[in-house]
Design a protein around this ligand. Structure first.
Ligand code: F6P
Length: 536
């Protein structure tokens, strides 16, 4: 492996300063040759420095890291999450009928299907008004969860708004009382269903918000528990909390929180769009799973998305990656991918316990286009740092009569990746200033501000339309890209020990915030801030 990294470093050196536009001049078929296609989607990675030789070297790197072997282990239910001793089987939640997946010698699929059938029964009952609240048909659903128990369903509900024909869905995650206060303020307890979504059923933010929702419900309805549903891996805790067993939807510990939207954590999505469309969402993901396992590396979308990521971050050293969906309904996707990628691959230790010598994962950030263009694209175009961009765009929107909006959206998306690649040289900038009537030193100075270096890499994911199936494919594509990058870096992408220390310290500080003695040995800064916030 270290030899491969050295080879890639050498290749980077040899390609320094090479214009991506020249690659197009040399190869008229470059766009086709550097696009992976699958089932109505195209991943164009031609606007990067990748050429045939470099792509082959990156594929070699993946092979040497054992991506294919680890991938099959994952799908087969091997305990690849070694630091927690667990299998990693979110793919089982969306596996098609007839598939068997064994964990410790037992097929887990019958239980997966039973739980999904129970979810469908509840969802369809709520949607039809046959499962009712104590004040009539349920009009509003509040999902209380955080991290993976919030970001996936919240993102998917927003993404699939055109298909949303069930009760309204709301999402409360932050322990900041403002979140639950403002959400419940507009709702009627008797016609509201509260979903408490927590894999562990111990997360302090979720349990605090759930208790507040319970008190709100208790003030108005005779049997508050009947307006609640729990989603958890710990059915015992949910029962202790007072939720009847038939209202508890469990899932196994082999589903990581940030990979959990495919099962019961997706209940709010199923209630919103219906069980049939939820099946389409799962079907899209299952199709991407099959593509990931079967397509040869150069045409394999997750593989190539991962390898361009490795090239940009681990080899070229670009610290961040922007996700730029030109799709307003994917506004929450950057936050979703932030958790997926940064909680999975934000690691400093290799599987064998040794310290990594290069960062495993980039900072992932972004916002929908075209809004971002009027906010942070300035830096992406002219800042000194290079930010590889990942654009997403649909061929068609859902809004009949507003096709002219969509045409503008497409033009902007394409223009941005084009501008990043081509840039604008000093000669062209001078020409512009000359045309504006400037001369001499003033012309030179003003022209310098209008230079774009160009040669900035991007990939574009184009798809026909954001349907439930397409969304399933897109999320699964990103899950597998994270997996490939994690295997190449030799890390465990499925634990998240890095979130623990802060949680422990918050618990230790809570009594002092409430007025008790300040813990001994606390640092001066924290003590002074505590004093200030206690108003003393
Ligand atoms: O603290 C991080 C984390 O464990 C995430 O991985 C998870 O998605 C989130 O908290 C919520 O956890 P739970 O579903 O157990 O409440």
């Amino acid at each position: 492996m270290s030899g491969m990294w050295q080879t890639l470093e050498r290749m980077r050196g040899a390609r320094e300063g090479r214009d991506i536009t020249d690659l197009f001049a040399q190869d008229p078929d470059r766009a086709e040759g550097f696009t992976a296609r699958f089932d109505g989607m195209a991943l164009d990675y031609s606007k990067t420095q990748l050429d045939g030789e470099l792509r082959a070297a990156l594929i070699d790197l993946a092979q040497q890291a054992g991506v294919a072997e680890r991938r099959e282990e994952m799908f087969a239910g091997a305990p690849i999450n070694r630091t927690e001793g667990r299998a990693v089987l979110h793919t089982a939640l969306r596996a098609s009928d007839g598939v068997q997946v064994e964990v410790d010698g037992a097929d887990v699929m019958p239980q997966v299907r039973r739980t999904r059938a129970r979810m469908a029964e509840l969802s369809e009952g709520l949607r039809a008004g046959t499962v009712r609240g104590q004040g009539g048909a349920i009009t509003d659903v509040v999902n209380i969860g955080i991290g993976g128990s919030d970001l996936g369903p919240a993102m998917a509900c927003a993404a699939l708004e055109p298909y949303h024909d069930g009760p309204r869905c709301h999402f409360v995650s932050n322990v900041d009382g403002a979140h639950i206060h403002d959400t419940l303020a507009g709702l009627i307890p008797e016609t509201t269903l509260v979903i408490v979504a927590s894999k562990t059923f111990t997360t302090v933010e979720t349990m605090t918000n759930a208790a507040t929702a319970h008190a709100w419900m208790t003030a108005r309805v005779a049997d508050p528990g009947a307006q609640f549903v729990a989603i958890s891996s710990d059915a015992g805790r949910a029962a202790e909390w007072g939720i009847a067993p038939e209202r508890v939807f469990g899932f196994a510990d082999w589903v990581g929180g940030r990979y959990s939207v495919w099962g019961p954590i997706g209940l709010s999505v199923m209630i919103a769009i219906g069980a049939e469309r939820f099946e389409d969402f799962l079907g899209g993901a299952a199709a991407m799973d099959a593509h990931f396992r079967e397509a040869e590396p150069g045409a394999n979308m997750p593989m190539m998305l991962a390898l361009t990521g490795v090239w940009h971050h681990q080899v070229c050293g670009h610290a961040t990656r922007a996700v730029l969906p030109y799709d307003q309904r994917l506004a929450l996707l950057p936050s979703y991918l932030q958790q997926l990628e940064m909680e999975s691959n934000g690691k400093g230790t290799a599987m064998d316990g040794s310290a990594l010598t290069r960062p495993a994962g980039p900072v992932v950030w972004g916002a929908p286009g075209t809004n971002g263009q009027h906010a942070f694209y300035q830096l992406i175009h002219q800042g000194r740092q290079v930010v590889p961009c990942e654009f997403m765009i649909a061929a068609r929107g859902h809004e009949a009569g507003l096709e002219h909006h969509h045409r503008l959206l497409v033009a902007n998306c394409l223009a941005q990746s084009q501008a990043l690649m081509r840039g604008r040289g000093m000669d062209e900038a001078r020409e512009l200033m000359r045309a504006a009537g400037l001369k001499g030193a003033e012309l030179e100075q003003q022209a310098a501000h209008r230079v774009f270096t160009g040669n900035r890499p991007s990939v574009t994911l184009a798809y026909d339309r954001l349907t439930p199936r397409r969304l399933g494919q897109i999320i699964a594509l990103y899950e597998h890209r994270v997996f490939v990058e994690g295997v190449i870096m030799g890390i465990n992408s499925f634990d998240q020990w890095g979130v623990e220390l802060g949680k422990e310290m918050a618990n230790a500080l809570a009594p002092a915030v409430a007025g008790e003695a300040v813990p001994k040995g606390i640092d001066g800064s924290t003590a002074a801030l505590l004093q200030f916030l206690r108003g003393g």
